[in-house]
Design a binder for this molecule. Sequence first.
Ligand code: F6P
Length: 180
Amino acid sequence: MTLVNEVVDEVNEVMALVDETQLVAAEKIIDKNKRIFILGAGRSGLMAKGFAMRLMHIGYSVFVIGETITPSIQTGDVLVSVSGSGKTGSVLDPSKKAKENGVKLVAVTSNANSPLGRIGDATIVVPGATKSGDGVKSIQLLSTLFDQSVHITLDVLCLMLSRRDNISNETAKATHSNME
Ligand SMILES: O=P(O)(O)OC[C@H]1O[C@](O)(CO)[C@@H](O)[C@@H]1O
């Protein structure tokens, strides 16, 4: 087996364990009438930013926490927090605080029983290997398998949202950057 095939097999193994009913629960919380905030650290944060970008393409009002022009989060907003381990303080602490302030939380993590997994109003479990040693074991470094699988999972969620909202590829193209 080639190394490429080994990696693809790992991703397939994780994706087969992603429960689509959890995506449906998250879909119900992510509403166009609400502001959507996105949070994640390190590579999890990069995957989360890819999700934020797609939400913008399909017409959501979306902000990435930590960016200079991100406003304060308020009661009634939605927060999507991505953390493989579900324990990273810079993700967990603001997520707890947001919940205390009446923000709905979509938690995306490798471990449903992690501190982040337990507080989600909807929790999406993507059981790829993380820095905490959770999830499907991997030949890849650090939390790479979680990162890859969470990227695909959040793209599936975007596809669900775009279908629900009747957003075509052409409509999404219109909001894509024209400064490239
Ligand atoms: O997804 P987690 O567990 O919150 O970790 C966040 C990030 O922390 C790191 O361990 C170090 O930045 C990255 O590998 C990872 O993407």
